[in-house]
Design a protein around this ligand. Structure first.
Ligand SMILES: [Fe+2]
Ligand SMILES: [Zn+2]
Length: 469
């Protein structure tokens, strides 16, 4: 069967084979140049008639417009009312769909007229597009598909094959796969970046730092000046701005030195996550022990000051719980709880919704975020598929797993080393200590951390693909 196909081989700057497929807006069956009268279809009825116009084209039946000399490994493109159709000659290609809606395609045009190239924001009104927009012409080559649309003002869109084929095979874009490396009692020995490295090659070093945090759950910046807190703040701000909370932003806590003469004990803190009471709990927490001065010691004997730090890989611990007691894991994933911060006068903070201890990704089922601070937990509710006592039982088991020697990573914070950890995954605590500790640190939003990680680890095009689709 004859059809009009113009081949332009190895011409132009791109040296690619370009196929021009002329699409009619009607259903004539003869290959000819003619004025076309639109025939209504069952699917589109009178509105299809309304949007289609009699035009002069080299024509053939819409449903069978195709190219018998397809670009190698790429599907053959054709058009039918409302859709572009894609047919692979290779039967082994697995696709979820063989057609993409015209309106959807037109809405996803990323040309410089449709997307503001400075802001990357859509620059046209999707809802003013003709509902039954049709292609007037399709050209495909090795790079992608160009479509000339039947709008009142003609418009041309280009879709790279990567985009087209992704949506033939999948429903949407998925987040990047991150190879998480769990840690137990020994932590990670190689999870650090030198301060010097950040100063000499910021983008690469911040990329490595944020990637270490994503994979390992925590990382140190070593070799940081510690006479003042300022260098710490500047380094954290290289990831993203410090988050303000009702406690303030970046903090540099210098205890009242009059206390320094009195040995005082700071109580141990069990493993917990911070800010369970926010709808969007803080993404990163950073701690830098600037100094730890001991009290005057009686008898002149040395003593350990204590104050060891504790990190627990919550994802690892939750995996243990899930393997040993799947129902306990399910209970902690299902029972939604109130969380609160009510200790400061005039301030009561609680998330927008009740949240379970474990939040799992809806698609992958993988654990995504942990909220765990029993001191900030509200009342266990009676609704839902589990009773409060079932929740207490599960929580007790979780608490037991968190306290195992094999999951607790104990270490000493030292001046010159900033610890940064993922507060959605890693729980933290400390042992009791004496003396006076000067600590500084701050929180960073999850979204801003991930943005920085993406932009320092992936090319701009890859980042846009992930976040736009
Ligand atoms: Fe904390
Ligand atoms: Zn466009």
């Amino acid at each position: 069967m004859a059809f009009h196909l113009r081949l332009r081989g190895m011409t132009g700057s791109c040296h690619q084979l370009t196929r021009h497929i002329h699409i009619p807006t009607s259903t004539p069956t003869q290959t000819q140049t003619q004025r076309v009268t639109v025939t209504a279809t069952r699917n589109w009825g009178s509105s299809y008639r309304h949007y289609s116009q009699a035009r002069q084209w080299n024509t053939r039946t819409l449903a069978t417009v195709s190219d018998r000399t397809p670009t190698p490994n790429r599907p053959v493109v054709s058009s039918s009312p409302g859709f572009l159709n894609f047919r692979y000659d290779d039967r082994d290609v697995n696709v979820k769909r063989t057609k993409l809606p015209n309106l959807w395609l037109r809405d996803n045009c990323r040309c410089s007229a449709c997307v503001n190239q400075d802001t990357m924001q859509r620059n046209f009104n999707s809802f003013e597009l003709p509902e039954l927009i049709q292609p007037l012409r399709i050209e495909s080559n090795q790079v992608g598909v160009r479509v000339h649309w039947s709008e009142t003002t003609s418009h041309e869109s280009f879709y790279p094959w990567e985009f087209i084929e992704h949506y033939l095979k999948f429903d949407k874009r998925s987040p990047e796969e991150v190879q998480v490396k769990y840690f137990g009692a020994y932590g990670h020995l190689d999870s650090f970046v030198e301060c010097e490295e950040i100063e000499s090659n910021e983008a690469a070093a911040v990329g490595r730092l944020t990637d270490l945090i994503r994979r390992n759950g925590f990382a140190f910046i070593t070799g940081v000046p510690y006479a003042t807190a300022e260098p710490t703040q500047k380094l954290l701000e290289k990831i993203a701005f410090i988050r303000q909370t009702h406690y303030g932003g970046f903090y540099d806590f210098i205890p009242d030195l009059s206390l320094a003469d009195t040995a005082y004990t700071n109580l141990p803190l069990g493993a917990h996550t911070d800010t369970t009471y926010f709808s969007d709990p803080v993404g990163l927490q950073a701690l830098h022990l600037l100094s730890h001065v001991g009290p005057e010691l009686k008898n002149g004997l040395g003593a350990t000051l204590g104050g060891k730090s504790l990190l627990v890989d919550g994802f690892y611990a939750a995996g243990l719980l899930k393997a040993e007691d799947p129902e306990a894991y399910d209970i902690l994933s299902s029972v939604k709880l109130p969380w609160h911060a009510s200790g400061n006068k005039g301030i009561t903070i609680t998330p927008d919704n009740l949240y379970p201890v474990f939040e799992n990704n809806e698609i992958t089922g993988k654990l995504h975020r942990i909220r765990w601070n029993n001191d900030d937990r509200g009342v266990v509710p009676f609704d839902g598929k589990y009773t409060p006592w079932e929740w207490y039982d599960a929580a007790k088991k979780w608490n037991e797993v968190l306290r195992r020697k094999s999951v607790e990573y104990w270490f000493q914070l030292r001046p010159g080393e900033i610890l940064i950890f993922d507060n959605w995954r890693v729980l933290h605590g400390r042992s009791a200590f004496t003396g006076v500790r000067r600590m500084c640190g701050g929180y960073i939003n999850r979204d801003d951390f991930i943005s920085r990680w993406r932009n320092t680890n992936y090319a701009r095009d890859d980042v846009l693909k992930r976040v736009i689709g």
